[in-house]
Design a binder for this molecule. Structure first.
Ligand code: UDP
Ligand code: MG
Length: 326
């Protein structure tokens, strides 16, 4: 395995799962993840469970599991930081030579660790799960996801594979790069693509949740999509310029028409055309300003350079574990 890049005593594999109100899934997840890890690496693994400020019994359960199983590292964040930051916290704490990032709701089968390890043995730096089917997700989620991945791959400067989530196995050197990236807008799957190296897909069918419901309401999905696009493309700014040019062209035509009417001596023509022009050009200006605002707002967020996440507590089955934030 990656013995060259792991420090003494580090496990061969870390399985990192962000958990937000996943109490109903955790026991089953822990069992299946531990079985999968044991099958691939014997005793040399850890499971990092990050509690992203849950309000149900998630943290109590993580503490309990960590006390029973010395392979489990439980991390509690100070509050809810969101999926991508919770995953980043888990990656920062993971010590394994290879790290698998996975959701705690069992939509991504932990058993795929074995085929992912096999691909990595053949030389891949990253093995990402690519969804061929999504079970029991609403047509709305499937349709928006379909459109989002296609739009993103048109806009983004780095090739971001379609229909992939954050479910993937990464080599230590890739994880180190991710952890060292200071950016706050963390669209992880894009950042992983950005790192490059040998990245291969492993196709799988996305399952339905083991229990509970999705923590990604429409509001968070839109936020996620805008974050992804603005952190990987300046395309929208360019299209805003095109929009402005088109509006200017239309305005010029309108001006010529108005002058022509003046020449004909028929300057007082209705109110409708004036209103239409004001509304349309006003809207174009606001859209363009809004797009610029998205980028300026993100500059503001990044410029403040606050820590990405704050760790409240770490429990690690008796073994000592470092606390990067202290
Ligand atoms: N999650 C998180 N913080 C959040 C929202 C979600 O850590 O604010 C976790 C959640 O517990 C799950 C993973 O991120 O393990 C994916 O979330 P979810 O299953 O709700 O998203 P979906 O699969 O519906 O896109
Ligand atoms: Mg899910």
């Amino acid at each position: 395995m990656d013995s060259s890049s792991t420090s003494g005593g580090a496990p061969a594999v870390s399985i990192v799962a962000p958990c937000y109100n996943e109490a109903e899934c955790l026991r089953e997840f822990h069992q299946r993840a531990a079985a999968a890890a044991r099958g691939s690496c014997g005793d040399s693994f850890e499971i990092v469970l990050v509690d992203d400020g849950s309000r149900d019994g998630t943290w109590g359960l993580i503490e309990e599991i960590a006390r029973q199983d010395p392979h489990v590292v439980g991390v509690r964040l100070m509050r809810n930081h969101g999926h991508q930051l919770a995953a980043s916290a888990g990656l920062a704490l993971a010590r394994g030579g290879r790290v698998m990032l996975i959701d705690a709701d069992l939509q991504d089968p932990p058993e795929l660790l074995a085929p992912m390890m096999a691909r990595m043995d053949e030389g891949a730096d990253v093995v990402f799960g690519q969804r061929t089917a999504r079970h029991a997700e609403t047509w709305f989620k499937k349709a928006t996801a379909f459109a989002f991945y296609r739009l993103l791959s048109r806009l983004a400067a780095v090739p971001i594979p379609r229909d992939t989530g954050d479910f993937r196995l990464m080599r230590r050197r890739v994880v180190d790069v991710l952890v060292a990236m200071p950016e706050r807008q963390r669209f992880l799957r894009g950042l992983v693509s950005w790192v490059g190296g040998r990245q291969v897909a492993l196709q799988y069918e996305r399952q339905s949740r083991f229990a509970g419901h999705s923590k990604y309401p429409l509001r968070k999905m839109i936020q996620f999509a805008v974050d992804a696009i603005t952190s990987f493309s300046v395309g929208p700014l360019r299209y805003a310029t095109y929009l402005g040019l088109i509006a200017a062209g239309l305005g010029l035509l309108l001006l010529l028409y108005t002058l022509w009417q003046w020449v004909l001596g028929a300057t007082v023509i209705g109110w409708s055309s004036t209103m239409t022009a004001i509304v349309v050009f006003g809207a174009v200006q606001l859209i363009v300003l809004g797009i610029q605002g998205e980028y300026v707002g993100r500059l503001f967020q990044e410029a403040k350079a606050r820590p990405l996440f704050l760790i409240d507590r770490v429990v690690a089955g008796g073994a000592d574990h470092r606390l990067p934030m202290e």
